[in-house]
Ligand binder design. Structure first.
Ligand SMILES: [Zn+2]
Length: 306
């Protein structure tokens, strides 16, 4: 089902990029004001809009579009939405992401380099009008009225400009990519660590989210889970285990393939998910190796610094 009601004012929307179901959730929060968290990529704008219609939400009544970061799968559709479809919405984004969504040429070049044909599937981002951009800082609050507020947490690591949003009345933490990728069919999490990845920052961000004691963790990939603390802790342990394996392999002069095998053996979650990931139309065969490669770069940077 494309739209799911989570509580009195929160809805999850499967934006189905390139008709791939169960990979990108956007969230709608509707109180006195209306906010959408994550636009999804350009190719899924039509699905997001049809979901709004299904929910009886007038696009003119959407006040905010918040994006956790500017990667195409999270924010690529925001220019298209703000220019053509959500006339009264403002985009809430980290200050380091603001200039790139206003002038997305560089973002598009980087995305094609990092994602290859998946970037083409997602579609090119359109520029967001500068006067519609709100730069969001750690600790800032977006008040939707009726006791519903979104608190901004800077949660860097996955990206240097990553935000999470916490809604205390429902206890939901919208974690973007800062808590990993949850695969509902397998009930597992896997890392998402594109380069440049900063493990220490990512671990600090996980702790920061834990500190507010959320009840639910609402992933962009994919869906909400209860026991937020348990899943946050599991992600921290998983990242630390990957770092340990990569460091040990580097010291022995072993390569990516050995690291991949050891990770699949020793990390139960990744072990369970590896086949699904490699046959997934978006995650694909390269994703696991790319994520491991980012740990290699991280560990090498750290070794040099010591
Ligand atoms: Zn993502």
């Amino acid at each position: 089902m494309r739209v799911e009601k989570l509580d009195e004012h929160t809805y999850a929307i499967d934006v189905e990029p390139c008709n791939v179901k169960g990979f990108i959730s956007a969230y709608l929060i509707k109180k006195e004001k209306t906010a959408i968290i994550e636009s999804g990529p350009a190719c899924s704008v039509k699905h997001l809009l049809s979901s709004l219609a299904k929910l009886g939400v007038n696009p003119e009544k959407v006040n905010y579009l918040l994006v956790t970061h500017i990667h195409l799968d999270h924010a690529g559709g925001s220019g298209t939405l703000l220019r053509g479809f959500l006339p009264n919405a403002r985009l809430v984004v980290h200050p380091r992401g603001a200039k790139h969504v206003a002038n997305p040429e560089k973002l598009w070049v980087m995305a094609r380099k990092a994602l290859g044909k998946v970037a083409e599937m997602y579609g090119a981002p359109e520029p967001v009008p500068e006067d519609k951009i709100v730069e969001a800082y750690d600790g800032m609050t977006i008040d939707l009225g009726g006791g519903v507020k979104l608190e901004v947490l800077e949660t860097v690591g996955h990206a240097s400009h990553h935000l999470s949003f916490y809604e205390s009345s429902s206890g939901r933490m919208f974690s973007g990519d800062s808590a990993g990728i949850y695969i509902p069919d397998l009930d597992v999490i896997v890392p998402t660590t594109p380069e440049p990845f900063y493990l220490d920052a990512a671990l600090d961000s996980i702790q920061k989210m834990k500190n507010v004691h959320p009840r639910f963790l609402c992933y962009t990939h994919f869906g909400c889970v209860e026991n937020a603390s348990k899943w946050l802790e599991a992600y921290a342990s998983q990242l630390k285990l990957w770092e340990k394996i990569v460091r040990e392999c580097l010291l022995k002069g072993e390569g990516l393939e050995t690291m991949r095998k050891r990770i699949i053996d020793e990390d139960n979650y990744t072990g369970k998910a590896a086949n699904l990931m490699s046959s997934h139309p978006i995650m694909g065969r390269g994703m696991l190796l790319q994520n491991i490669q980012s740990f290699v770069e991280y560990v090498k940077r750290n070794m040099k610094a010591k």
